[in-house]
Design a binder for this molecule. Sequence first.
Ligand SMILES: Cc1cc2nc3c(=O)[nH]c(=O)nc-3n(C[C@H](O)[C@H](O)[C@H](O)COP(=O)(O)O)c2cc1C
Length: 324
Amino acid sequence: MKTRITELFGIEHPVVQGGMHYVGFAEMAAAVSNAGGLGIITGLTQKTPKDLANEIARCKDMTDKPIGVNLTFLPGFADPDYPGYIEAIIAHDVGIVETAGRSPEQYMPMLKDAGIKVIHKCTSVRHSLKAQNIGCDAVSVDGFECGGHPGEDDIPNMILLPRAAEELDIPFVASGGIGNAQQLVAALALGADGINMGTRFIATKEAPVHQNVKDALVAASELDTTLIMRPLRNTERVLKNDAVTRIQEKEKELGDNIQINDIMDEVAGVYPKIMSDGDMDSGAWSCGMVAGLIHDIPSCDELVGNMVRDAEEIIRSRLQNFAA
Ligand SMILES: Cc1cc2nc3c(=O)[nH]c(=O)nc-3n(C[C@H](O)[C@H](O)[C@H](O)COP(=O)(O)O)c2cc1C
């Protein structure tokens, strides 16, 4: 399948694996890239730029296909060494960066001078246009269904994607809620040049997470995610669990007076406990509604290969028949 996204990134299939904290290690990115998609290492999961450099080197030992690095620009109070991470990306010859969170504007000259292609992930048409205006090569348009941070507008992809298609000139991938071939076809029909998946890639053989996490995704239905941190304007879609219940009780009790410190135990530093140790109730972790469509744990090669093959089949047979 050829689209503007496969051309831009030099990949076989228009399927991107979005950065995921404590999931996007070298093994995950290499498996997706080897399957013909674009695998992405999560920059900030690596504690220092030097750790990121090592992780990139490990990934490059596992694949000779294009890979990317995710740089999530966190809310104001956090201050990672972003220039240091970008230097590590440049030094290790990674040609693609997925930015997310705040606007990457400040770092665009550094990234573009090094010839890096930038895909910015955002949750609204206005932020997509801003990304286009500051020189991003593509955007990842993340709908309300998505695992992680859907923003505060609550526009689902059925509306958001065609709205993005109306306004954007640069290519975009559809992100959020996607996990099967029908949805890949739908995303293309709605104007996207490909897809970005997070949650679906966690339930794969190669995902370097505890088996409990994969089992939780297979067991979950589309009703099992919920939103937290809305009063803090840092809304996150997570899988329901005991920690999330505690957060939501505090949100109810404290209303608009809630501070991040009130829920620190449930949200800070919990990813290693969940993703590595499989301690599933130890904190809140991002998870998309697509959990309801996850029924198996294939290899990345099976997942991406089957999705693309089945999508082509849907286009050639089912859709072609409607046009006849
Ligand atoms: C466990 C998990 C961790 C995530 N961590 C990050 C992150 O650190 N940075 C980021 O930009 N996006 C992160 N995301 C969002 C994904 O990159 C992607 O945009 C999202 O998962 C797409 O929605 P889907 O899960 O419905 O496919 C995370 C998602 C999940 C499920």
